[in-house]
Design a binder for this molecule. Structure first.
Ligand SMILES: Cc1ncc(COP(=O)(O)O)c(C=O)c1O
Length: 458
């Protein structure tokens, strides 16, 4: 069956297949049609303007409409070379320039870059290279990969398996059998009475150590982590967490992959979350702000030892049999390169570091609100936990449907936030100004008042 574009039937199908939504809810209301963007604002088809404090899906770092420069680069590149593949020893100028740039920016010395179209693909590539590497060095039994409960690494089969979100696994036939999930390092929710962040971090590292020992270190290949957990609720790591986790990984000879898909390119106030938390990964995956989300592109940065393994396996197999049609797409690469130039010229990272504390201070102040149990963040990413009982750190029961209430109240106040369970996550476009942060906080405060009133009225 075919539908005319934009017919009600076509829109219905579009809404039905939209991911991460309840199809039933969409059947009732249909999607909100976003018509245009302007800086940190978007406008729907009815003309309602809202401040998108999520940057779409943590990605629209430069706002929702490309500037003249980025649009021009895309246009020119399409006219010059609108597509070519990077298989069989082909490349193109934007790809070479972009990969060289990424290697210069890398948080730790890296050797090569593999381009794909999404964060999920970058992480899937990393997973395959982890196994390839261990074959190359004669340890093929090292297969187990550890993620974290509530961690998020994407939606392809392997990346979703690695993600620690049960609703992403249930009845989808995953996780893959070699994936494990260690503790959710959410200090506020999971600390024992009187347990400091440092003591909690020690307990998290001990849990990882125990898991590796129980599995048999000779079978554990790698550990993945987001520097700040995004889809887990915008959760900053407890103090000393990564220092202790990395010591465990080193002890057991386990590779570390930093998933910088959200944190890369300024989100935490540095170019990389790995710099903010002193991470020393073997591979770094990134996407989203890499192209300010104006083109679908991701990158996996790998260190020299992983590259050497590719050479060894390439010799053994006679071929490096991995790639994608659109990997190294010249238009996407040109847009990403221009985006990185704009970041440097406008010092977007310095800007995030300058205005970020205003957001974080404002959010922390909102922890005094009667319904907020905890609020924290770093750079331009923050999360607030909404609770029924502050003293007991108790969440609302399911039947309250706190998530739907938060979503509705935010929209009523002209604000888009990411609601994750009982948390509100904020990750505005990196171009947000100090005045716009104040506006965001004002709308967020009103949203919290409305949520409180709506819960009380139930
Ligand atoms: C940390 C992290 N990794 C990977 C992904 C997957 O990226 P994509 O949706 O581009 O496949 C996401 C998406 O939100 C993410 O937040």
């Amino acid at each position: 069956m075919t539908f005319m574009p934009n017919s009600p039937e076509a829109r219905d199908i579009a809404s039905f297949i939209h991911p991460q939504t309840n199809p039933r809810a969409h059947e009732k209301t249909g999607p909100t049609i976003i018509a245009k963007g302007d800086g940190i604002w978007v406008e729907d088809s009815e003309g309602k303007r809202v401040l998108d404090a999520s940057a779409g899906l943590w990605c629209a770092s430069l706002g929702f409409a490309a500037n003249e420069r980025i649009a021009r680069v895309a246009y020119d590149q399409m006219r010059k070379l609108g597509y070519y593949q990077t298989y069989r020893h082909h490349s193109n100028d934007p790809v070479i320039d972009l990969t060289e740039k990424l290697l210069k920016l890398a948080p730790v010395p890296m050797s090569k870059v593999l381009l794909q179209c999404s964060g999920s693909e970058a992480n899937d590539t990393a997973i395959k290279l982890i196994w390839y590497y261990h074959h190359a060095i004669g340890k093929p039994q090292k297969k187990t990969i550890i993620g974290r409960m509530a961690g998020y690494h994407g939606n392809t089969v392997a990346a979703a398996s690695l993600s620690g979100k049960p609703d992403m696994h249930a009845d989808f036939g995953i996780p893959l059998p070699m994936m494990r999930h260690t503790e959710f390092p959410h200090w506020y929710r999971n600390h024992l009475d009187g347990e400091s962040e440092e003591a909690f971090a020690t307990r998290m590292a001990e849990a990882l150590d125990k898991m590796i020992v129980a599995e048999g270190p000779e079978t554990v290949a790698a550990f993945f982590a987001e520097p700040v957990m995004g889809a887990g609720g915008a959760i900053v790591p407890p103090r000393t967490y990564f220092e202790k986790i990395q010591a465990v990984l080193r002890k057991h000879d386990v590779l570390f992959i930093a998933d910088e898909v959200i944190c890369g390119f300024g989100r935490t106030g540095n170019w990389w979350g790995s710099q903010t938390y002193d991470l020393k990964p073997d591979m770094v995956s990134c996407a989203k702000a890499l192209s300010a989300a104006f083109q679908p592109i991701s990158a996996l940065l790998i260190n020299e030892k992983i590259y050497q393994a590719m050479l060894i396996e390439g010799d053994k197999q006679g071929n490096f049999a991995h790639g994608y049609t659109y990997a190294g797409h010249p238009v996407a690469a040109a847009v990403a390169l221009e985006t990185l130039k704009i970041y440097e010229e406008t010092d977007i990272v310095g800007h995030a570091r300058t205005v970020g504390p205003r957001l974080i201070a404002g959010v922390r102040k909102l922890a005094d609100h009667p319904i907020v149990g905890h609020a924290d963040g770093v750079g331009l990413i923050a999360g607030l936990e909404i609770v029924a009982d502050k003293a007991a750190r108790r969440a609302h029961p399911q039947e309250v449907k706190i998530g739907a209430i938060m979503d509705q109240c935010a929209r009523k106040n002209g604000l888009v936030v990411r609601v994750i369970g009982n948390r509100i996550a904020l990750s505005p476009p990196l171009i947000i100004t100090a005045a716009e942060i104040d506006e965001l906080l004002l709308r967020l405060g009103r949203t919290l008042d409305d949520v409180e009133a709506a819960v009380r009225a139930q």
